[in-house]
Design a protein around this ligand. Structure first.
Ligand SMILES: [Zn+2]
Length: 222
């Protein structure tokens, strides 16, 4: 799979914080080279927040009783495959601000590493978002949600990643790339994360469109 920036795993700014992220399951997923900065501007996240509100209202993004947040979203921003994504463990917050987002500036699937700047570290699912941006320049925004009934309904009828690929890993990124190449995923805009029940991902030319794919699926259109 193509790498967005091969030097990402060897070139770190002095102020970077080297940390391992923990995903929704609590497992360490990828090496996150996080350069902490001030908050993002409101205009940078407005479109994301408009879509996120709709998803949060339907509990597609939210928090489980054990305190683990789920769901995240992103949009392209800046050069190459850079993108802005909601920060790790923000799923439980009704509304996010510029303090809760992160800019992914490079990633390395083979090295299981990702670099980001911003006030928050990137979501644990950021490598999966990156995989979709690499697949096509037409992918402008990505949404990741959880929904038990939709997952059960669409598993193996919609493009579905292999059960053996855990969330947030290079294996999941490779699976997403395979689905984009071998199935109708480019047209459908929705995939089921087989090894990350009840996770689904959608994408579109805007954040609103990516969110609408999920909402349409909930309404039985997919
Ligand atoms: Zn998830």
């Amino acid at each position: 799979m193509k790498q967005a920036n091969k030097e990402s795993s060897v070139s770190f700014p002095n102020e970077s914080v080297h940390r391992s992220d923990r995903g929704e399951t609590g497992r360490i997923l990828y090496r996150c080279n996080w350069t902490k900065t001030g908050p993002l501007d409101g205009y940078e996240i407005a479109e994301l927040e408009d879509a996120r509100r709709l998803l949060y209202e339907r509990n597609l993004i939210g928090i489980y009783p054990d305190g683990i947040g789920f769901g995240n979203l992103s949009r392209r921003s800046g050069p190459g495959d850079n993108f802005i994504i909601s920060g790790t463990q923000t799923g439980g917050l009704k509304q996010l601000s510029g303090e809760h987002y992160s800019c992914v500036t490079s990633f390395d699937f083979a090295g299981n590493a990702l670099s980001c700047t911003g006030p928050a570290a990137a979501s644990s699912e950021a490598l999966s978002h990156a995989a979709l941006y690499v697949c096509s320049a037409a992918v402008m925004a990505v949404v990741h949600v959880h929904h038990d009934a939709l997952w059960a309904k669409l598993q193996n009828s919609a493009p579905t990643t292999d059960l053996s690929a855990p969330p947030g890993t290079p294996e999941m990124a490779l699976e997403i790339e395979r689905l984009f190449r071998e199935t109708n995923l480019p047209q459908c805009g929705l995939l089921v994360m087989g090894g990350h029940k009840p996770g689904l991902m959608t994408f579109g030319s805007t954040v609103g469109q990516a969110a609408q794919v999920v909402l349409d699926a909930l309404g039985g259109a997919c």
